[in-house]
Design a protein around this ligand. Structure first.
Ligand SMILES: NC(=O)c1ccc[n+]([C@@H]2O[C@H](COP(=O)([O-])OP(=O)(O)OC[C@H]3O[C@@H](n4cnc5c(N)ncnc54)[C@H](OP(=O)(O)O)[C@@H]3O)[C@@H](O)[C@H]2O)c1
Length: 239
């Protein structure tokens, strides 16, 4: 489906991990839709780095100031941060590879960081009207879908993220019944994260295509879908 301008009036869109492969493409797409977009990465101003948890609160304070100064409601919060491999952190092929330091690292970036984002950014979302907070997870975080095994830390950190998002969606509904808080799987996308693992045969898509699909899903999430886990076609994924 081609992208079309947001049917609703545009607002502020915040993309955390907005300098990553998928995050940057989402930033461009949201701008094209007419949103005022703030892309936050580890090297932007403001910066947000989960290694320095105080930067999550600082970035949120900056966004609160923007909301105040512009009068624009934050209609989109996209969390596109995540890690699969980094230094000593590599997806485990066997339980023999489970390592305390690597597990702490993958949980810090994929689970604890986004949890702090919930704490500091979700209260900034409007108290009425449709708005969407979308957290990028991964299909491999689904326990029901896990037939292959391996990738223990990444799978578990994303499964825990999924539980956090589902829980936050329940709390969010108490302050705004029209707000949506969802987990999204972007499919396999050609970025630094997937590059070492993109096998031939897997359908690897350019970030711009993935962003376009994700925005279609976000724009068309039906009422009642908050708390759900969806792929880039909008299809529900089992927990
Ligand atoms: N690519 C795929 O095939 C695929 C498949 C399934 C799910 N996903 C998920 O999609 C999301 C985006 O992935 P991607 O493919 O776009 O990967 P990417 O290009 O490697 O981007 C990762 C993003 O995470 C941020 N990040 C990493 N460590 C961080 C830290 N310590 N503190 C704060 N931010 C940190 C990076 O910040 P900087 O920009 O500052 O470096 C970057 O913006 C991830 O959640 C990933 O698990 C991707």
């Amino acid at each position: 489906m081609p992208l079309h301008p947001a049917a609703h009036s545009p607002g502020l869109a915040v993309v955390l991990g907005g300098t990553g492969g998928i995050g940057a493409a989402l930033t461009n797409g949201l701008r094209d839709q007419g949103h005022t977009v703030l892309a936050v990465g580890r090297r932007t101003v403001p910066a947000m780095d989960y290694d320095r948890p105080e930067t999550v609160a600082e970035a949120a304070a900056h966004v609160a100031q923007q909301i105040e100064a512009t009068g624009l409601p934050m209609l989109r919060l996209i969390v596109a941060t995540g890690v699969l491999h980094e230094g000593i952190l590599q997806p485990e092929r066997s339980w023999a590879h489970l390592d305390a330091e690597a597990l702490q690292r993958v949980f810090l970036i994929n689970t604890i960081g986004p949890a702090l984002v919930m704490r500091h950014f979700l209260p900034l979302m409007p108290k009425q009207g449709r708005c969407v907070a979308a957290f990028l997870s991964a299909r491999v975080g689904s326990i029901g879908d896990n037939a292959l095994g391996g990738w223990y830390g990444y799978r578990a950190s994303k499964a825990a993220l999924n539980q956090l998002v589902h829980t936050a969606a329940i709390e969010m509904a108490r302050r705004n019944r029209e707000a949506l808080c969802v987990v999204l799987h972007p499919g396999t996308v050609d970025t630094a994260l997937s590059q070492p693992f993109a096998k031939t045969g897997l359908q690897v898509r350019p970030p711009a295509v993935a962003a376009s699909e994700l925005m279609q899903v976000i724009d068309h999430l039906p009422a009642g879908s908050s708390g759900g886990f969806f792929d880039h076609h909008g299809l529900s994924i089992s927990w």
